[in-house]
Design a protein around this ligand. Sequence first.
Ligand SMILES: [Zn+2]
Length: 84
Amino acid sequence: MASKKPARSYSYNRTTGTLHIRSGKLETGYFLDRAGDGWELTKLLDRGTVYTVRAGACNCKGFRSHSRCKHRDALAHMQASGRV
Ligand SMILES: [Zn+2]
């Protein structure tokens, strides 16, 4: 059976400064901070996990193996729609 990836959606909460990435029923939230010319994403439920997205690249494991990831996609989407 072919597996279909659940649709992703992104939202940014200006009040809390958090970015939320929803994939199907799963939602992951991150504190979003500017880091020089890039962004730093700190996982809400695991503050020891920090990802840096800069110049269309991310330092997470997923990006290193696939050259794309949800963090980079989320930021690209947010910037394209002028939400961050
Ligand atoms: Zn990533």
